[in-house]
Design a binder for this molecule. Structure first.
Ligand code: HEM
Ligand code: HEM
Length: 209
């Protein structure tokens, strides 16, 4: 564990952050993929749809544990660290994120270089993404706890509401995942070693790019 918590010599992401991120990234893709096929518990339909609902529930509980662990870990981290949730409470970070927005727009039309990975805008958006995942996990657990074991045809109003906000928040998750993945691809095309910075399977980052 001591080794896992040690900061990598060339990067600001600790090994623990990298493993937790890998869990969240794989978990988000799995949850989104199963959600495309699942049938809500109160709907009649194919056996595949119901099996996917169960796979989504079981997988969701594992993913929820990883997200809660990442959230607690990002609460414990120092303010200056990129993986800390506290960036959201820093006015300075919001200000510099705001001023970076035009740079991003110019970078997309090829007029400017892409801002360095780990900039204020990226930190803020990534932490908002983490909060969306946390919200999905908490509402998912609440659905699981309150879902009646029998008589799924008659779901209580409060569970219906939880399912509604779980489904609403999933639109933000799709937007986040698509945006985050596009940024990763843009950084890779610009020659930034972003995958090496976050992958738990790379211990060294080529600082020369
Ligand atoms: C909902 C799912 C995801 C969330 C909430 C998320 C969140 C984050 C966060 C918070 C960071 C900063 C490091 C940390 O504190 O963990 C980060 C960095 C990163 N993520 Fe994700 N991520 C998700 C999915 C993905 C996926 C699917 C990929 C692969 C395309 C990916 C690739 C990366 C990369 C390459 C970085 C490093 C950026 C840098 O160098 O600063 N992430 N992500
Ligand atoms: C932990 C991360 C989770 C993620 C990222 C996630 C994601 C999603 C997504 C994207 C949908 C589809 C919404 C739609 O298209 O309308 C969905 C639906 C659903 N999820 Fe999750 N989920 C998670 C955890 C859970 C857990 C633990 C449960 C436990 C019961 C659960 C129960 C459901 C149910 C019942 C639906 C159907 C809601 C409806 O369509 O009315 N989810 N989830």
């Amino acid at each position: 564990m001591v080794v896992a918590l040690e900061l990598n010599k060339h990067s600001k992401y600790t090994m623990l952050t990298r493993y937790l991120h890998a869990g969240i990234a794989l978990g988000a893709v799995y949850q989104l993929a199963t959600s495309l096929i699942l049938l809500p518990p109160d709907e009649k339909g194919s056996a595949l749809g119901h099996s996917m609902m169960e796979a989504h529930e079981l997988g969701g509980l594992v993913v929820a544990a990883i997200i809660i662990a990442h959230f607690i870990w990002s609460l414990l981290l120092r303010k200056e660290c990129s993986s800390s949730i506290w960036v959201l409470s820093s006015l300075g970070q919001w200000r510099s994120a705001f001023f970076l927005i035009p740079n991003f727009l110019y970078a997309f039309i090829g007029k400017l270089k892409l801002p360095e990975p780990g900039n204020s805008l990226a930190k803020i958006v990534e932490m908002l993404g983490l909060l969306v995942m946390l919200f999905m996990a908490v509402t998912g657990i609440a659905i699981w706890v309150n879902l009646p074991e029998n008589n799924l045809a008659d779901i209580p109003k409060e569970v219906e509401f939880l399912m509604y906000i779980h489904s609403l928040a999933s639109k933000f998750l799709w937007a986040y995942i698509i945006g985050h993945t596009c940024m990763v691809v843009a950084h890779i095309r610009a020659g930034d070693a972003v995958i090496k910075r976050i992958s738990p399977f790379h211990n060294e980052v080529n600082t020369d790019k």
